[in-house]
Design a protein. Sequence first.
Length: 298
Amino acid sequence: MLNFLPSSLRAALAVLLLFVNTLVLCWPLFIGALLKATLPFVAARRAINRAMTACAETWIAVNRFWMDLVQRMRWDVQGLERLDRERSYLVTSNHQSWVDILVLQYQFNRRIPFLKFFLKQQLIWVPVMGLCWWALDFPFMKRYTRDYLECHPEKRGQDMATTRKACERFRGAHVSVFNFLEGTRNTSEKHALQESPFRHLLKPRAGGIAFVLDAMGGQLQSLLNVTIHYPDGVPDFLDLLCGRVRRVVLRCEEIAIPREFIGRDYERDDEYRLHFQQWVNALWERKDALLERLVQAA
């Protein structure tokens, strides 16, 4: 622990370790992606995928090291005891900060299959990391708004086709597919603009995970509904680097995915869409109540 150092020095050390970690471990991913593109053999591609996943998990393990090094973080975690790397999961969480992603990776690394995040298409241009996400088969999504589709009906269904194509790469292996149901980080401004009925959450966007269930059929055994709470206030990434994140509360609820939600058409089946939205809203009501209890207990 380096708590005795000034926060600026801890941040500099964390940035250095993150930079070196990324710079060293990105190259095996790039090489693996090139080999997958040139080798037609399924067995060889699967072996390369396993090696690339091990490389990514090592990257997360090194990040855990510097996170522990620069701060004495107190974890209050429940619900991870029965997780299994030999199962496939759909994972979601509330979203408040970029720190959420490192918190999720910290706790779930090597407990479940490697987390594959759905990313906005623009993120592929993030230096180095964009190529790493691409090499690891992270799905890059371009979602169209209802207003845009009304003006360009020829684009209707393309987001579903993109989701299906991305999820096809996951077949034949255990996977954890992650999607932030709120779609964006929760801030007081966004909460007010949405007029969200939830006290601690933005409105959930059910379409994203509905598309995943349509595309992946029965491969996903259950949903991991994760709730993250920061008792000392929501940190930003600089707070994490400086060692100012003191306490993190994480709750994980494993929920069986109703079989009637598998392989249904969310866009065209009105009855199913309403039923699915009601199910997601019920999950969010429970999460909001849990967050309220955690806030009161802090």
